[in-house]
Every structure is written in structure tokens, then in C-alpha cells.
Design a protein around this ligand. Structure first.
Ligand SMILES: [Zn+2]
Length: 104
């Protein structure tokens, strides 16, 4: 996991179960340590592969929930407030010097 990771953990199929590891998705062939302390080489499977439907590792599921809760408490995961002033916070005036076309 790096300081730039956007998500607390990701999941990957391995040895009959899906395990979680810290941080953003890693590339095919990268070695990671799962949350249940297994060394796993990441493999990418097609969307329909049966490996994607393997059950979650119980240890990883438990630790992933804790990790998500920890990130939420530290404010690393939260909704993003987006304002679009061009769409009229002041009743229709357009920002950035644009003016609505006047009727002719
Ligand atoms: Zn696991």
C-alpha cells in the first residue's frame, strides 16, 4: 500500500478463495501479501471466469471490514462535494463570463 492508494484494499482469486490485499489493484504477476498473510501472485481473470466467484477468505473479509472502518475514521474515504456554479447557484447567471443568448 502506498500513500496514493485510493481504496483500502482489493480482492484477487487464489487457491480456491478470493483474498484481499492492501491498496489499489496491482498488475498481473505482481506479488502481494494478503490480509490473511499469504504471499499471492496477482492473476487477472476474464469477467466470466469461475475464479471470480470463489468464496471470500473469512480472515481477509474480517480484516477488510476493519481496514475500511479505519480508513473511514481517518477520513480517507468520504463523499466528494462538487459544486457546479455554471448551473446557477445565483438564479441562472452563468459563470466564467458567459451570458445567456439574448432573444432577438
Ligand atoms: Zn485471505
Amino acid at each position: 500500500m502506498t500513500g496514493n492508494d485510493l481504496v483500502p484494499c482489493c480482492w484477487t482469486p487464489h487457491d480456491g478463495e478470493r483474498h484481499a490485499y492492501r491498496g489499489d489493484p496491482r498488475g498481473h504477476g505482481v506479488t502481494v501479501m494478503s490480509l490473511c498473510c499469504r504471499v499471492i501472485v496477482i492473476r487477472h481473470y476474464p469477467p466470466t471466469a469461475k475464479e471470480r466467484h470463489w468464496p471470500e477468505c473469512r480472515d481477509c473479509a474480517h480484516r477488510a471490514r476493519d481496514l475500511v472502518a479505519e480508513h473511514e475514521m481517518r477520513g480517507l474515504i468520504r463523499s466528494i462535494d462538487v459544486e457546479l456554479p455554471a448551473f446557477g447557484l445565483d438564479g441562472g447567471h452563468l459563470a466564467g463570463g458567459c451570458r445567456p443568448a439574448s432573444p432577438r
